[in-house]
Each structure stands twice: as structure tokens, then as C-alpha cells.
Write a protein that binds this ligand. Structure first.
Ligand SMILES: [Zn+2]
Length: 266
């Protein structure tokens, strides 16, 4: 019997462009509250989001925006703009606090509040969640499953999605694998690569994944990849992937639904 295709439509590999809109709350987790130098850099988030939306629109590719609930509440027009352009709007916690510092009840409340706000802003309930800084606990994924979410992007356990069913009586969660080496924070904040160098590193990843059939889930931030020069790293990668002709550039929810269907057919 022929083995089930890894990706739909004859594609050899998949690319998910996920963009975390942290606002000031991401840096507030890592820095001293008085550190205006870093906190103020995140004031660029709305401008960076607009540039990324233009870039994605010019290339005609979809992305997944993981929006911190509080930031979505403060700037709902930008969330609606992204949704109207055909991008997925997903969760990225309420205020970017680490779930490792929260009880399971607090995590649940944090997710419920975020779901409520994003649903109110876009009219569509979000189906995916990326925890802040990938800081989740043993209970996090069980709570996400109970809340009826479809996908999470926390565990770099390999190059393919995998299913997780903490409660066997409920539908499984689809894990999509992120990586710190597909994170613009690694390329442009922890070190400062040129956009060309960041593109070349990501291109090498994509080449290997294409040979092997894997998926690449980028993690970008508007105040980083939305800056003028760094935005070229993404633009070049998107052009490269489009020119290859067999990379499925997909929203996280599309990727997760495909993985579920594929598992059901197996
Ligand atoms: Zn974040």
C-alpha cells in the first residue's frame, strides 16, 4: 500500500509563518521594569505589524498571528486588519506571563480571557495557542485540549507535527514544532545577523526539510522582523519558497487540520 502523502497537493514540505504580537508585554518578562531602553523598542510593534502585513499581502501568502490578548484589546483595528487579509488569529496568552509561574487554574483563566477578547474582536473563535516564551507546564496542554483548541506550538520535538491526547475521551491536540533557530529573536536580538545571513540560515533549514519532507514553523515578532532591514530576511525566504514551487505555505490551523485528516485516513 502506498504511504500517505506527508503534505497536501503534491507539496514536499510545509512552511508556517507565525508572528507573535507581544506588544510591550514580551520584553516586560525578560527585562527590569525600569529598563526603558528595551521596553521602548517594542513601541515599534504596530508599525512592524503593518509592514509585515504589506509584505505578506505583496507575496500573497497567509500567516498566523499569535496575539497577546491585552495587546489585541488595546489595538483591535490591527487584529481585524490581519484577519480581513486572510491571516489566522491565534492566542499568545493574555499578558505574556510565563505559565511556569502560574497554577493550572490561572492558566485556564488566562486562556479563557484571551479567547473571549480575540473572539469579540474578530468574530471568530481562535483555535491555536503558543505559550509565552514556550514556558508551559505539564498541565498546559491538557487544559488546551479541554478548551477545545486544535493546535499548539510549544514543543520542538522534531520536524513534523504530532498528535497529543492527554484526555483520551477528547479530540487530540496537534503539536506544531517551533525552534529557537527559526525565531527572529535569536537572529536579530540575541545576536545581530544581517538580513542576508538570517535568510541564508533559514534557507539551509528549508532545503534540508524539503529533502526530508519536514515542516518549518517560523516565530517572528513585529518589533524585530517588522523592522525595515530584517523584514528582507522574511521577504527573501518567502520568495525562495514560492520559487521552489513545492513548499506548502500554510496557516497553523490549516497545517493542524491536514495533520488530523491524515491521521484519520491512516
Ligand atoms: Zn511572545
Amino acid at each position: 500500500m502506498e504511504e500517505a502523502a506527508l503534505w497536501p497537493g503534491g507539496h514536499r514540505s510545509a512552511l508556517c509563518i507565525s508572528i507573535d504580537v507581544d506588544g510591550i508585554y514580551g520584553e516586560a518578562n525578560y527585562r527590569d521594569p525600569d529598563d526603558r531602553y528595551w521596553l521602548s523598542q517594542t513601541a515599534y510593534d504596530p508599525s512592524g505589524t503593518q509592514r509585515l502585513l504589506r509584505l505578506l499581502g505583496d507575496s500573497g501568502v497567509p500567516a498566523t498571528f499569535c496575539w497577546v490578548g491585552k495587546v489585541a484589546e488595546e489595538n483591535p483595528d490591527l487584529v481585524r486588519h490581519a484577519a480581513a487579509d486572510g491571516h489566522e488569529i491565534a492566542l499568545h496568552t493574555w499578558d505574556h506571563r510565563y505559565y511556569t509561574r502560574m497554577t493550572p487554574a490561572e492558566q485556564r483563566e488566562d486562556m479563557e480571557r484571551s479567547v473571549e477578547v480575540l473572539t469579540a474582536v474578530t468574530g471568530v473563535p481562535p483555535v491555536g495557542h503558543k505559550t509565552a516564551g514556550w514556558r508551559y507546564t505539564r498541565e498546559t496542554h491538557a487544559i488546551e485540549q479541554e478548551l477545545g483548541l486544535l493546535w499548539v506550538m510549544d514543543v520542538p520535538g522534531g520536524d513534523l507535527p504530532f498528535l497529543d491526547q492527554p484526555n483520551p475521551g477528547l479530540p487530540p491536540l496537534v503539536h506544531l514544532p517551533p525552534s529557537r533557530w527559526y525565531d527572529d529573536y535569536t537572529s536579530f536580538v540575541e545576536q545581530v545577523l544581517t538580513p542576508q545571513a538570517a535568510f541564508e540560515a533559514w534557507r539551509d533549514d528549508l532545503d534540508v526539510l524539503r529533502d526530508e519532507g519536514g515542516a518549518m514553523c517560523l516565530t517572528l515578532h513585529p518589533f524585530v522582523s517588522g523592522r525595515p532591514g530584517p523584514s528582507r530576511a522574511l521577504a527573501r525566504l518567502v520568495d525562495y519558497a514560492i520559487d521552489l514551487g513545492d513548499i506548502w505555505i500554510a496557516r497553523a490551523d490549516w497545517m493542524a487540520r491536514w495533520w488530523l485528516e491524515r491521521a484519520a485516513d491512516a
